[in-house]
Design a protein around this ligand. Structure first.
Ligand code: AHR
Length: 321
């Protein structure tokens, strides 16, 4: 056999193998999910299951209970099981290189979902399906600057999980958007860990520190769940969220539309929970014929306001996630 016919044979065999694998029924994907800290996260998990089922993919989900060490363990377990691909929603941005090298050595493609990582070696993952989280912060900040106009406005900020890419980037984007407006000032900023409970607790402490909340003009929350917690805290303090204090956040979960329809929130920036659909498609194409997806599959980030809140709430609550 000549060298070229040997290559052709190997290529044909590889092609047949890939074609067989590409029939999604035989694909097994391990998903290291962060946990269920927010309504958005729960929706992402549900949508991932729905998208896997649509394509006949066997999806194994490991809930890391917000801990990076659990995510690392889950990835190692997926490698040991010989899955066809690994999805990772990284709780924090740093500390992934060595476990992702193990996946790479095992020839298992990794797709990052909804959050990014800090690494010098981009070959450690096939693609990242995420929104532009800096842009989301910018959209929120620009909306606030426009709404406030020339008025003096003291902002309190509820940050996401410390060290996570959306917390870092949503802060950056918002800071950039308000930088040119000297009347807008962040007077307090603290993490609420993307949860409703912590969002409420932190907002209570802000209100206490700010003379009962009267000096606060706006709340910028890195996600809707913390904002819902803040809304509760503001109401309990005897103030009107959405009127006395402007409320802008990110995610576009059904509950924030309900709050907007009730006049208790003013704006949200949408983050689609369907990260898995494009990720499955990328993995299937890669397995089928080696198609390499772009390094970043970007999802959209649209601004939603109270004018469409009632219909959006009705529509979204019936989506099943
Ligand atoms: O990474 C996406 C963020 O994580 C969502 O905005 C937040 O709700 C979630 O917990």
């Amino acid at each position: 056999m000549t060298r070229s016919s040997l290559f052709a044979g190997v290529a044909l065999a590889a092609g047949l193998f890939a074609a067989t694998l590409a029939s999604a029924a035989e694909l097994t994907v391990g998903f290291s999910q962060i946990g269920s800290e927010s309504g958005w996260r729960a929706a992402e998990t549900t949508v991932s299951k729905m998208e896997a089922e649509k394509r006949g993919i066997d999806l194994k989900i490991a809930d890391a209970q917000q801990k990076q060490e659990n995510q690392i363990k889950a990835i190692r377990s997926f490698i040991a099981q010989g899955v066809d691909a690994i999805f990772l929603a990284p709780v924090v941005a740093t500390g992934w290189d060595s476990v992702l090298e193990e996946a790479k050595d095992a020839d298992i493609p990794v797709v990052l979902l909804d959050r990014t990582i800090d690494t010098k070696d981009e070959s450690l993952y096939l693609t990242a399906v995420t929104s532009d989280t800096v842009y989301e912060g910018k959209v929120a900040g620009e909306w606030l600057a426009k709404t406030v106009g020339d008025k003096q406005c003291n902002i309190v900020e509820l940050q996401g999980t410390v060290g996570s890419s959306p917390a870092i980037n949503r802060k950056k984007g918002f800071d950039e958007a308000i930088a040119a407006h000297s009347n807008l000032k962040i007077i307090r900023s603290q993490t609420g860990d993307f949860t409703r409970t912590k969002g409420k607790e932190v907002m209570e402490s802000f209100i206490k520190a700010e003379g009962g909340g009267k000096t606060i003009c706006a709340v910028y929350a890195h996600n809707d769940d913390m904002q819902i917690g803040a809304i509760q805290a503001i109401k309990e303090a005897g103030l009107k969220p959405g009127t006395d204090i402007l409320m802008v956040s990110i995610d576009a979960v059904p509950d924030i539309f309900k709050a907007m329809a009730d006049g208790e929130a003013n704006a949200t920036v949408e983050l689609t929970p369907n990260m898995a659909g494009p990720a499955f498609d990328a993995v299937m194409a890669y397995k089928k014929d080696g198609t390499v997806p772009p390094k970043w599959i970007q999802t959209e980030s649209a601004l939603y306001l109270p004018d469409t809140a009632k219909e959006e709430y009705e529509r979204r609550k019936n989506l099943g996630y």
